[in-house]
Ligand binder design. Structure first.
Ligand code: ADP
Ligand code: MG
Length: 228
């Protein structure tokens, strides 16, 4: 449950959502604007806290953690991808990716960053600034950044919401490849096209789960990426 306190009173963003995601699943959370999708994702990723309830990710209880442990959890365990990319405009493409590397791994991160960017067809863009890229390219940089620490979990909040059909497809193929290599994907979207990549649809409405069919990992065809 997540209730936001606002000047106009409490807003119940999540009204008691119970969701189990198995490692290796690709789950698409859909629902109308304002139904609580982003709130759910930030809570799973340790960016936000529930008002009540439990959140366990990879065996770690996020509610029981202190803020420092939660920050470490986010850095080490979660790859976030956002609709608006959130790249740093004054850094180059490669610098954006490497900047997310854990302390002490910066040297090897440059090499891994290059490899990821090459895999995402960006090897000739390493020194470009985000403003010099197409939106699809920017999102691929953001995914490389999300993967720099070899996370096993990607949380993607409408990652194709600002992309044309072709760029969306490329992003979804990357997420599918990540899953095929053993990663877990929690994708928030309101696009049918995007949800089609998921093994399991989850529908939220007014902060409540509408459907939560159980299902195992599925692997649509596509390019290979992954946590390995
Ligand atoms: P979605 O991502 O599905 O559009 P959100 O999780 O962003 O939904 O929001 C769910 C509800 O919570 C909405 O009614 C929204 O207005 C409200 N909300 C989201 N964030 C905040 C906040 N920081 N403060 C107050 N209300 C919020
Ligand atoms: Mg949202």
């Amino acid at each position: 449950t997540r209730v936001y306190q606002t000047a106009d009173g409490p807003v119940r963003a999540l009204g008691g959502v119970s969701l189990d995601v198995t490692a290796g699943e690709f789950v698409a959370v859909r629902g109308p604007s304002g139904c609580g999708k982003s709130t759910l994702l930030t809570i799973v990723g340790g960016l936000g806290m529930p008002t009540s309830g439990h959140v366990v990710v990879g065996g770690e209880d996020l509610v029981a953690m202190g803020p420092a442990a939660r920050a470490r959890f986010r850095a080490e365990r979660v790859g976030f991808v956002f609709q608006m990319f959130h790249l740093l405009p004054y850094l180059t493409v490669l610098e954006n990716v490497v900047a997310a590397a854990l302390p002490g791994t910066r040297a090897s991160a440059r090499q891994r960053g290059r490899e990821l960017l090459e895999r995402f067809q960006l090897s000739d863009r390493l020194r470009h600034r985000p403003a010099e890229l197409s939106t699809g390219e920017r999102q691929r940089v953001a995914i490389a950044r999300a993967l720099i620490n070899r996370t096993r979990l990607i949380l993607a909040d409408e990652p194709t919401g600002n992309l044309d059909a072709e760029s969306s497809e490329a992003v979804l193929q990357i997420l599918a490849g990540f899953q095929r290599d053993g990663g877990t994907v929690l994708l928030v979207t309101h696009q049918e096209q995007a949800a089609a990549y998921a093994g399991r649809p989850v529908l939220l409405r007014d902060g409540l789960l509408q459907s939560n069919e159980t299902g195992g990992p599925t692997a649509p065809a596509g390019t290979s990426t992954g946590p390995a």
